[in-house]
Design a protein around this ligand. Structure first.
Ligand code: MEV
Length: 300
């Protein structure tokens, strides 16, 4: 018997890093992600390639969480997500594996249950993840996500309706970032600068509340301003990079309403918001002529 499992890639619209400390964040699934093909086997196996080691670790964590004892061979992995780019490749892989494991084991799991299983793998990869990546990788759509698990409570997941489309450009910086390293960097910053961190966190709470107001009103300029303000604080925490800053400068020069890093930073991708699809197309051409790899994402 064979099974196919799927997980979405994602971009974080607002609130990365602050979400680890309980501030509600917003993420949109990408229309593509990861797909795995798997079959029952005597022992667990992964295909050779960039996911061989991480995939095996994810598989064993996920099987333990779902209570599956039989062996499983992943025979193929199809991905449109660059690794270490902040687009949720590890969460999409974990969710896709959980999906295939559940199907092969004959478990009737909800996508939330798959997300919870994938979270076990995410912890192995990233140390102290908030759970936003695996949640959006499993559920898709646009979500407001509030971590409460670190307080012994249930996380709050709210799917958002898209009444006003967003024209977004994901710009690859070409350098990989590691979520674990960046999350630890912020934890160290917090330890060394408690009072400053508290003030930064308060601003993140304000932005999070303002995001919902701007989202509901379709106030793109305000959303762009929130992107810029979030980027200032992410820069202050030390999770931006020269290449991210350069991509953001180009984005602002190309007419973006706002731009920020997306995901953990330290490399990976920048995310820029434009007024409409025409402005997005113009920006895309400008970035391509500079040699960047970019992805158009129209949310809604
Ligand atoms: C990574 O996509 C988002 C971070 O906030 C980490 C996490 O929430 O687990 C940086």
């Amino acid at each position: 018997m064979a099974a196919v499992g799927k997980g979405f890639g994602k971009c974080i619209l607002l609130g990365e890093h602050f979400v680890v400390y309980g501030v509600p964040a917003y993420a949109a699934a990408l229309p593509y992600g990861m797909e795995v093909e798997a079959q029952s086997a005597s022992v667990d196996r992964m295909p050779q390639g960039p996911y061989a080691e991480a995939g095996l670790l994810a598989l064993s964590r996920i099987k333990a969480n779902l209570g599956v004892k039989v062996g499983l061979e992943v025979t193929a992995i199809r991905s449109l997500l660059p690794v270490g780019a902040g687009l949720g490749s590890s969460a999409a892989l974990s969710v896709a594996i959980a999906d295939a494991v559940a199907t092969l084991a004959g478990l009737n799991c909800t996508r939330i249950k798959l997300s919870d299983a994938a979270y076990e793998a995410e912890k192995a990869f990233h140390g102290n993840p908030s759970g936003i990546d695996n949640t959006v990788a499993a559920l898709g759509g646009v979500l407001r996500y509030e971590r409460r698990s670190h307080l012994g409570q249930t996380n709050v997941i709210e799917p958002l309706q898209v009444k006003h489309p967003l024209s977004l450009l994901v710009i690859e910086t070409g350098e990989a970032g590691q979520t674990k390293v960046q999350v630890e960097k912020v934890a160290k910053f917090k330890q060394a600068n408690e009072a400053v961190f508290e003030r930064i966190l308060l601003r993140a709470w304000d932005r999070s509340r303002e995001f919902m107001i701007a989202w509901d009103a379709g106030d793109l300029q305000r959303l762009g301003d929130l992107f810029n303000s979030a980027q200032d604080d992410l820069f202050g925490l030390g999770v931006s990079s020269e290449k991210i800053e350069l991509a953001i400068r180009h984005a602002r020069d190309s007419g973006a309403l706002g731009a920020k890093l997306t995901g953990a930073g330290g490399g990976g991708c920048a995310l820029a918001l434009y007024a409409d699809p025409d402005a997005l197309q113009l920006a895309r051409s400008a970035f391509l002529s500079k040699g960047y790899q970019v992805h158009l994402v129209v949310v809604g």
